[in-house]
Design a protein around this ligand. Structure first.
Ligand SMILES: Cc1ncc(COP(=O)(O)O)c(C=O)c1O
Length: 314
């Protein structure tokens, strides 16, 4: 297997992120709940995308890109952080966003306007249209450009969460369960593969916040990432568990999610978001209430950030 260090990476964030015990939540849920503070990754308002972008933008730099395209919904945390990261690396970010959700200058859109980011809206649900538009706009620029898929969820981006699993191992505590949000798949695929490689005995739970076929997407992305790493592993259905926490739909707040946001805020003074981390934490609370964790278990929740959404989507 190739070492993670053999992949070029640009430095965008502050790592390792802390792991903290949530004492009040642990008492309320009668198990040991810890949080991996990836809301503190150190670029923009923090969040999971920084780890992926360290690999993706290194690839863009190596390929001589002068402009970087990505996409997502109107309030995409990934798009906002890609703009922040590309600007920091001296490349021009161009976001081609789906005209879905809150398009006004609130939340992540406000942050993009502060950065002066070029944003083009497309009234489509089909990413093929958007990637074609990237090529049209990119060719007209007359400089080399780099396209990052929605959520940064390809094999290279997923390496960010394989390396997060190695970081968790190096932080010393052992976890029985690891819980994260699954939106475009890269975080979950990276963590599930990373757990297989570096965290034996840790079961990874993906809390699905969209209606995509993650039962196919997750193992496919794990296999692509394993191939990139030249890792000799066999990915199968037992490597992770998926839970549907989407509620009324992607980027639509759910009752359970809002309850989990309030619980985290009032008991621990931490803020989750309504699109991803709130619904993911609601999934953890649900498993605890169903008695799926033992009193002695250590359960790690990945706080993947998303604060921008609090100011637009709630
Ligand atoms: C705050 C936050 N958490 C979790 C996710 C889900 O990560 P992934 O897209 O890798 O599944 C996202 C994706 O956009 C996000 O912005």
């Amino acid at each position: 297997m190739r070492s993670l260090d053999s992949f070029p990476k640009v430095s965008l964030g502050v790592f390792p992120t802390p792991i903290q015990k949530l004492h009040n939540i642990s008492a309320a849920l009668e198990t040991n709940v810890y949080v991996k503070r990836d809301d503190l990754t150190g670029l923009g308002l923090g969040g999971n995308k920084v780890r992926k972008l360290e690999y993706l933008l290194a690839d863009a730099v190596q390929k001589g890109a002068r402009a970087v395209f990505t996409t997502g919904g109107a309030q995409s945390n990934h798009a906002m952080l890609t703009a922040a990261a590309a600007g920091k690396m001296g490349m021009k970010p161009i976001l081609i966003l789906k005209k879905r959700g809150v398009t006004e200058l609130r939340g992540n859109r406000l942050l993009e306007s502060l950065m002066g980011t070029e944003v083009i809206f497309m009234d489509t649900d089909d990413y093929a249209d958007i990637y074609a538009e990237m090529d049209r706009v990119g060719s007209a620029l007359g400089v080399p450009y780099y396209k990052i898929p929605c959520g940064g969820s390809n094999a290279l981006g997923s390496l960010g969460y394989v390396s997060c699993a190695a970081e968790i191992r190096d932080q010393g505590l052992r976890f029985d369960h690891l819980v994260c949000a699954e939106g475009s798949g890269g975080t979950m695929a990276g963590l599930a593969l990373g757990a297989k490689l570096f965290l034996p005995g840790t079961l990874v739970h993906g809390m699905m916040v969209d209606k995509e076929p993650f039962d196919r997407i997750t193992p496919a992305l794990m296999r692509d990432t394993a191939a990139l790493l030249e890792a000799d592993v066999t990915v199968d259905g037992g490597d992770f568990i998926l839970h549907d926490m989407c509620g009324p739909g992607y980027a639509r707040p759910s009752g359970e999610g809002n309850e989990a946001i309030a619980m985290m805020a009032s008991l621990e003074g931490l803020f989750l978001d309504p699109v991803y981390s709130g619904k993911a934490f609601a999934g953890l609370v649900k498993l605890a209430r169903e008695g799926r964790f033992r009193k002695t278990d250590n359960v790690l929740f990945l706080h993947s950030g998303g604060a921008g959404g609090l100011f637009a989507v709630m």
